[in-house]
Design a protein around this ligand. Structure first.
Ligand SMILES: Cc1cc2nc3c(=O)[nH]c(=O)nc-3n(C[C@H](O)[C@H](O)[C@H](O)COP(=O)(O)OP(=O)(O)OC[C@H]3O[C@@H](n4cnc5c(N)ncnc54)[C@H](O)[C@@H]3O)c2cc1C
Length: 501
């Protein structure tokens, strides 16, 4: 045995704790998973392991000024916990809603914070997962075994956001920050802030800081669609005035919103030009006919190919109309000492540059997955409904929707997982893995999602790392809540797509 191996062999091994189900991540998905496990699988022991010091995931990590949801909380909230505030919510409101879910259901004792998982190995012989990780508060190694692994680790790298490498960045004399790691003490008062990016983050950040800054410039390579509107749900407010029970209001508001969204999605596909004109007239209402909407707010793609951010009260447009913020649509040539030189030759000066340029995709939380000690390359697996993977037993991943609230999928996948776990317990099965059936053998395998259908940058940059999809709905993440809400509950657990042991 080599010296290094001897040292590893003689190092004290952490005690192993076993749970029926291990959930990785305590964001909106992991907390939802915990709720449903407790509610629908009372006989299963479970633990949620979370790398951060608290719950919330995305809403814990992102702390830039103005951070808020871009979808309504009636549908971004869980179906089992009524949302009682304005539809678009701040980070603090979302965290306090999640905190209530944890407290009301005594989920706290099931969550271990500061536990970062780095490796997961499935043993076919033992029919269980072994997870290895580290306690971030003590540095101790931790080990768990579990029968089933429920991955709720999100879809992007949490430690740092995506910033392209531009020439001359090191020469810039001011400060460069990414919204994902926004310094709490960043002093932007009276300063000129240049935000690079045109997505929801830029649209939220700009109006939130504009009043305090000397000026905010939003620099985008290409425009994005926005939906300006009032941050209220008239129907829910009327029902509240009538003293209707909040549980009912939640359900009714969800149904109304989902019907409207389905209609909007249908129209975006069937009459994209009409929808486009409507969206642009919403912007024109704030900026007037003199403003160059064609240049700054007219995307080249058809509506709904990227997420459309709802802008409460058109605040970004109000900032522009008031002269506190301005849009520049151009490309970056390079950074300079004072700011950014554009391809057009213009130089934008700034004290602070915020790169709202998105995420780095992370497939399954950066965990080294192996099955019987053989590393798993997820790009070589085929996804069963965007939640399970061929060759990877007893594992489900929650990857939500792009065009509808993520949490809608948390609830319906949770129903599926709990039904599957109860079915397996009743039948005495220890493991399940999705397998391609004979009729699937010649199925063409494609990228995780069709870029013609949806094409955000973080996915396009890393699509090669994602599992493959087939050409049948069961071998795809269809991104279609309206289809899945009816199909998932009807999945036949005896179908030959599931191989049990
Ligand atoms: C700024 C912002 C706004 C958004 N707004 C919306 C919106 O309005 N509507 C919408 O539908 N979607 C929105 N999204 C998408 C959003 O990320 C999801 O909706 C949702 O919050 C994801 O929840 P999650 O629990 O699946 O993942 P996350 O929120 O990413 O949480 C995953 C958790 O898993 C933990 N974790 C990961 N890897 C490990 C590991 N190896 N070991 C231990 N723990 C680990 C992380 O620390 C994290 O706490 C937004 C995203 C961002 C960044």
């Amino acid at each position: 045995m080599s010296e290094a191996k001897k040292q590893i062999a003689s190092a004290p091994q952490p005690a192993i704790e076993h749970f029926d189900v291990l959930v990785v991540g305590a964001g909106i998905s992991g907390v939802g998973a915990a709720y449903h496990l407790q509610d629908q699988c009372p006989d299963q022991t479970f633990l949620v392991v979370e790398g951060l010091e608290s719950y919330g995931g995305t809403w814990q990590i992102h702390r830039y000024p103005g951070i808020r949801s871009d979808s309504d909380l009636y549908t971004f909230g869980y179906r089992f916990k009524p949302w009682v505030g304005a539809p678009i919510a701040t980070r603090d409101e979302i965290l306090s809603y999640m905190g209530e879910v944890i407290e009301d259901n005594q989920l706290d004792s099931h969550i271990r914070y500061q536990h970062h998982i780095s490796a997961a190995n499935w043993s076919s012989e033992k029919q269980r997962w072994t997870l290895e990780g580290t306690r971030k508060d003590t540095g101790e190694a931790v080990r768990f075994t579990s029968n089933f692994l429920w991955m709720c680790q999100g879809y992007y790298e949490h430690a740092k956001g995506y910033t392209p490498a531009w020439e001359g960045m090191d020469k810039f004399k001011g400060q460069i920050v990414h919204p994902q790691t926004w310094p709490e003490d960043l002093d932007y008062k009276g300063k000129h802030v240049l935000i690079i990016g045109s997505g929801a983050t830029a649209a939220t950040l700009a109006p939130a800081i504009a009043a305090d800054c000397s000026h905010v410039t939003v620099l985008q390579r290409s425009p994005t669609y926005f939906i300006p509107g009032v941050n209220e749900n008239e129907l829910a407010d009327t029902l509240r005035e009538l003293e209707v029970d909040e549980t009912w209001i939640h359900e009714i508001a969800r149904r109304q919103i989902l019907r409207n969204q389905a209609e909007f999605t249908r129209r975006a596909f069937e009459e994209p030009e009409v929808v486009k004109a409507e969206l642009l007239s919403g912007v024109r209402a704030f900026l007037g006919d003199q403003y160059d909407i064609e240049k700054h707010f007219t995307p080249t793609y058809r509506p709904w190919r990227q997420r459309i951010a709802f802008v409460p009260n058109g605040d970004i447009f109000q900032g522009i109309a008031a002269g506190k913020a301005s849009m520049v649509t151009d490309e970056i040539e390079r950074f300079t000492e004072k700011g950014i030189l554009l391809k057009s030759g213009e130089e934008l000066e700034a004290d602070i540059i915020a790169t709202a340029t998105g995420f780095n995709l992370s497939v399954l939380g950066g965990i080294n997955f192996s099955v019987d000690d053989q590393p798993v390359d997820f790009a070589e697996t085929v996804t069963y409904r965007g939640m399970m993977f061929t060759g990877v037993p007893n594992m489900v991943w929650i990857f939500g929707y792009f065009r509808a609230s993520w949490t809608l999928r948390v609830d319906i996948i949770a129903d599926f997982v709990c039904r599957l776990l109860n079915f397996m317990a009743a039948k005495g099965y220890q493991s399940v893995v999705p397998v391609l059936r004979p009729e699937d053998a010649d199925m063409p395998l494609r990228e995780w999602i069709d870029p013609e259908n949806f094409n955000p940058g973080y996915l396009l940059r890393s699509m090669h790392l994602m599992p493959k999809r087939g050409d049948k709905p069961e071998w795809q993440h269809t991104q279609d809540y309206w289809l899945e809400k009816d199909e998932l509950p009807k999945i036949d657990l005896e179908d030959s797509v599931f191989k049990y042991q």
